[in-house]
Design a protein around this ligand. Structure first.
Ligand SMILES: [Zn+2]
Length: 244
C-alpha cells in the first residue's frame, strides 16, 4: 500500500497546494480519498486523472469535495479523447442526500453509497467507517489490505471511540487543525495534544499530522503531539508518501 499526500490544508489551499486529498495505491489500483480545492491541478504530479479507479469521500465540506466538479468535467473531457476506464465511481455516505446526488454526472462519474455500519470493498482495500464528531456527517476510515492498516480520522473532535478504531494502525493520518490548548469540541476538530493522545493510546506505528491550520508554526504541532506519542511522527506536505 502506498499513501501519498496530494493536499493537506484545512479550509482553503495555500498557493500552489491543495486541501484534503490522498492517493492510496496498490499494484495497479488507484483510489483517491477526498477531493478538496486545488486537487485537480495537483493530481497530475502523481497520477494521470485517467488512471483513477475510484474516489471515496469522508464528508461534504468544501475542503474535502470542492474539486469533485472539476474532476467530473475532466472525466467528461476524457470521453472525447479516449477513456479506457469509463465511469468513475465516487463512494460517499448518503446522510446528505442532496449532496450525494451531485456525485453522479452524465457518463463521467457515479455516486455509490457506503453504509457507515458495513465494511466496503474497494479494489484491493477493505474499508470500515466510524461516524465522527463534526458539524457535517463525516466518516473516519480504517483501510486494510489484509497486511497493513491505515486509519484516516477525516474531520473530528476527540471522542473515545477513535482509539479502538485506530488500534495498532501501521499509519494513522490524523487531522490536526488546532494547537494544544485550543478546545476542538465546538468546531469539531482535533488539537495536537488530542492527536498525540489518540496515537499513543491506539499504539499506532506511525503518525502523520494533516489538515493543517493557516496560522502559527506547524513545527509546534509536532512538538505538542510528541509529548504523548513517541513513535515516528511526520508533518504532511505535498507529495509526502508512505509505503509498506
Ligand atoms: Zn469538515
Amino acid at each position: 500500500m502506498k499513501w501519498t499526500v496530494v493536499g493537506f490544508w484545512g479550509g482553503h489551499p495555500e498557493q500552489g497546494e491543495a486541501t484534503s486529498a490522498y492517493l492510496l495505491e496498490e499494484e495497479d489500483y488507484t483510489l483517491l480519498i477526498d477531493c478538496g480545492s486545488g486537487v485537480l491541478a495537483q493530481l497530475p504530479k502523481y497520477v494521470p486523472i485517467s488512471q483513477l479507479d475510484a474516489v471515496i469521500l469522508s464528508h461534504f465540506h468544501f475542503d474535502h469535495v470542492a474539486d469533485i466538479g472539476p474532476l467530473q468535467y475532466a472525466k467528461h473531457v476524457e470521453k472525447y479523447i479516449g477513456n479506457p476506464k469509463g465511469v468513475l465511481p465516487i463512494y460517499a455516505h448518503q446522510l446528505e442526500p442532496d449532496k450525494f446526488r451531485t456525485l453522479t454526472y452524465e457518463e463521467a462519474t457515479k455516486g455509490i453509497p457506503y453504509d457507515l455500519g458495513k465494511a466496503l470493498q474497494v479494489g484491493p482495500f477493505t474499508i470500515t467507517f466510524l461516524k465522527t464528531e463534526h458539524p457535517a456527517p463525516c466518516a473516519a476510515m480504517a483501510i486494510t489490505d489484509e497486511r497493513k492498516k491505515i486509519v484516516f480520522t477525516a474531520d473530528t473532535s476527540f471522542f473515545p471511540d477513535l482509539i479502538p478504531f485506530a488500534k495498532h494502525a501501521d499509519l494513522l493520518v490524523a487531522e490536526c487543525s488546532l494547537y494544544k490548548g485550543v478546545d476542538g469540541k465546538p468546531m469539531g476538530h482535533l488539537n495536537a495534544e488530542d492527536v498525540g493522545f489518540i496515537a499513543k493510546q491506539a499504539e499506532v506505528k506511525e503518525l502523520l499530522l494533516s489538515h493543517l491550520p493557516h496560522y502559527g508554526n506547524h513545527q509546534e504541532l509536532v512538538e505538542q503531539a510528541k509529548v504523548e506519542f513517541k513513535g515516528t511522527l511526520s508533518l504532511a506536505q505535498s507529495g509526502w508518501s508512505w509505503e509498506a
